[in-house]
Design a protein around this ligand. Structure first.
Ligand SMILES: Nc1ncnc2c1ncn2[C@@H]1O[C@H](COP(=O)(O)OP(=O)(O)O)[C@@H](O)[C@H]1O
Ligand SMILES: [Mg+2]
Length: 276
């Protein structure tokens, strides 16, 4: 039995598209026939957990054969007042949940919250692949590096880059493993060509300096928001929502999700879900 490959979706910033990316990766992998575990470390906001619940409810209506489901586990932050005890409590619950998922699934997708906390760091330190969605603006870029506003020269690493650096160290100490870090641009708009180009230049330089690959992510599209309540993603529309008319923009958006998955270059697990 091989261990599942762990994909962590993280960025020390709310609203950058982590949960949206996580749910699309979960469904893209499910639709390829894999067993997928999903873990919500942002249980307070609970976006991925609510999404999983919406999806389960939907599966009862349309039939589970048409709507594959992940094995979903939320891991909440500890309520213990003492910081050291809280950390032990969080580590125990996180590791128990992850051990179970990696032993039974092909892939595990972990959605993190938008702030720096112990649980989020635990998640990061267990990543095989780390995906960081980034809104296409210099405000978001600040998390990765401080950039001179005039020359766009990189001055020093940002807080999130330091967190990833630390996670890579933790991972290496624990099992000599490494983390493949991918920064993905999200909510790309066709309108702001200059900003898009400047961001591209800086990301290119940064990727070499701090060790990530960067990929085109998703464009700004309403459809990424619309399907949430139904528990669906773009990849389910035809299969599980016959009322939906697949428009040209939807086809393009599905393509973006598939391209992201390809760009991640995930290893293929040997133990596939049974093909029946
Ligand atoms: N590519 C996109 N196009 C349009 N809306 C998006 C896109 N990506 C994310 N959103 C929306 O932005 C908001 C924040 O996204 P979310 O995935 O919840 O971010 P996070 O988990 O990082 O806080 C949500 O309303 C989501 O539907
Ligand atoms: Mg979220």
């Amino acid at each position: 039995m091989t261990r599942a490959h762990v994909i962590v979706v993280g960025n020390e910033k709310g609203g950058s598209g982590k949960s949206t990316t996580a749910m699309h990766l979960v469904v893209a992998l499910l639709r390829q026939g894999y067993r997928v575990g999903s873990m919500d470390l942002d249980a307070r906001q609970g976006t991925l957990t609510r999404y999983a619940a919406n999806r389960s409810a939907r599966a009862i209506i349309v039939g589970a054969d048409r709507l594959p489901l992940p094995t979903h586990v939320p891991v909440a932050r500890s309520e213990m007042a003492d910081q050291a005890e809280a950390a032990i409590d969080e580590r125990r619950r996180f590791e128990a949940a992850l051990d179970e998922l990696v032993a039974t699934q092909n892939y595990v997708v972990i959605d993190c919250g938008g702030s720096d906390n112990f649980l989020g760091r635990l998640g990061h330190a267990h990543a095989d692949t780390l995906v960081t969605p980034l809104n296409d603006s210099f405000v978001d870029l600040d998390m990765l590096a401080l950039v001179d506003s005039e020359t766009l020269a990189i001055q020093r690493p940002g807080v999130y880059s330091e967190l990833v650096w630390e996670s890579r160290k933790q991972r290496a100490i624990r099992d000599r493993g490494s983390i493949d870090w991918i920064v993905m641009r999200n909510r790309l708009s066709a309108l702001d060509a200059r900003n898009k180009r400047d961001m591209g230049h800086v990301l290119e330089k940064l990727s070499k300096r701090i060790g990530f690959r960067f990929v085109q992510g998703f464009s700004e599209r309403v459809i990424f928001r619309e399907l949430f309540l139904k528990g669906l993603t773009l990849l389910d529309m035809v299969e599980a929502d016959p009322d939906q008319q697949l428009k040209l923009s939807h086809v393009a958006a599905r393509q973006e999700v598939r391209m992201l998955l390809d760009a991640l270059k995930l290893p293929q697990p040997q133990a596939l879900a049974s093909a029946s």
